[in-house]
Write a protein of this length. Structure first.
Length: 371
């Protein structure tokens, strides 16, 4: 029979992701709107966003946090264009966005000394091939595959190369080993349900040293430039952004950070995400017609949960439409390049009770389309 209880919030999109519980746009502090972002008021808000990010994530004191253009993509490409080429590169990809970084390296930057390690959706490449003398580029969590890096033991503490980590669907939902990571990027629109178009760039002292001692052989557009006259542009990490940010989006992000603090900080965010994954695990264990795309339980993402079903492509589309028509779940189809299935966002802004309420509806829809 059709379930009687629906999720209170049916928004399970993997980006832009659901706003936090209790979100009210009318509660935002919009005192910065209509003012220059370079005025004291605007710079104070931007600097607060950087400082609160560092504090809530528990970053090492000597790591820098900056706000940059073009979401996580802009932050990743800024890092690659600015830092790569000084050493050989090992790059790991196992889903769509990781493969985009491979394409950037091979077709745009055209680096010569590159080792590309790839794997199909659902599994990881052999991370042990990372050479500590090389730079490394990888995603922490494969947003389109639901496969994450389970730990950072494969990253050497004595490495001479830099680790550049796209962590957009991991930051604020997973425990990150910051000392192993020299560049970390993410966007507001993922785990904290913020607005799009702005990226976050986190740099270790090693990354800063590379920026100040290495000049790449290719031209850098203005929005990628992190140094001037051989020195880091410190203002970027103190609220002086490279280009004009949306101060409304900044206000929205500050609201999300205040919610993180209120809920209990980073541990609470991780717990919320894992609680939703636990609900889906229980459902998968009870039904033999649905499985995780991730083949190894230790690599199972707690944010972008990807599932396969014993249905053909047309039936999966019918199932997704049924759930949308019933107002039960929106935007849960798998990514366009990924195997056909479901992708349910379980980041920190999602209530696990809504995930639990969704599960019987998936079973109901499956019965409808497979009959």
């Amino acid at each position: 029979m059709q379930p009687s209880v629906k999720p209170t919030n049916p928004n399970f999109s993997s980006g832009p992701c659901s706003k936090r519980p209790g979100y009210d746009v009318n509660m935002l502090d919009i005192s910065t709107l209509g003012r220059s972002h370079r005025a004291a008021l605007g710079k104070t808000a931007l600097e607060k966003a950087c400082k609160e990010t560092a504090r809530l994530l528990g970053l090492p004191a000597d790591y820098r946090v900056g706000i940059v253009p073009a979401s996580d993509t802009g932050a990743v490409e800024m890092a690659m264009w600015s830092l790569l080429g000084a050493k050989p590169l090992d790059i790991f990809a196992w889903e769509s966005f990781g493969r985009t970084w491979v394409s950037d390296v091979e077709k745009q930057l055209k680096l010569k000394e590159v080792n590309v390690y790839t794997a199909d959706y659902g599994v990881l490449p052999d991370l042990s091939k990372a050479n500590p003398e090389h730079d490394v580029v990888f995603t922490w969590n494969g947003t389109t595959s639901g496969v994450k890096v389970p730990h950072a033991d494969w990253i050497s503490d004595d490495r001479s190369g830099l680790t550049i980590c796209d962590a957009t669907s991991a930051v604020f939902a997973m425990d990150m080993p910051w000392e192993k990571l020299d560049v970390v990027t993410y966007s507001w629109q993922k785990v904290l349900g913020g607005e799009g178009a702005h990226g976050m760039l986190i740099l270790s002292p090693k990354a800063v040293k590379r920026l100040e001692t290495y000049t790449p052989p290719w031209p850098l557009p203005k929005i990628f430039r992190l140094t001037k006259n051989g020195k880091l542009i410190e203002g970027i990490f103190k609220g002086a952004t490279i280009n004009t940010p949306s101060m409304l989006c900044v206000a929205d992000y500050l609201d999300a950070l205040a919610w993180v603090e209120k809920m209990g900080g980073l541990p609470a965010m991780i717990e919320r995400s894992e609680a939703s994954l636990t609900a889906i695990k229980a459902f998968v264990d009870e039904n033999d017609w649905i499985n995780f795309l991730a083949q190894d339980a230790s690599t199972l993402s707690s944010t972008s949960v990807c599932l396969t079903l014993e249905l053909n492509d047309s039936q999966v589309k019918q199932l997704i439409k049924l759930l949308e028509d019933e107002g039960v779940a929106y935007d849960i189809g798998s990514y366009r390049d990924a195997p056909t299935g479901l992708r349910i966002w379980c980041g920190a802004t999602i209530e696990s009770e809504d995930v639990k309420a969704l599960m019987p509806w998936i079973k109901w829809a499956y019965k409808q389309v497979s009959a």
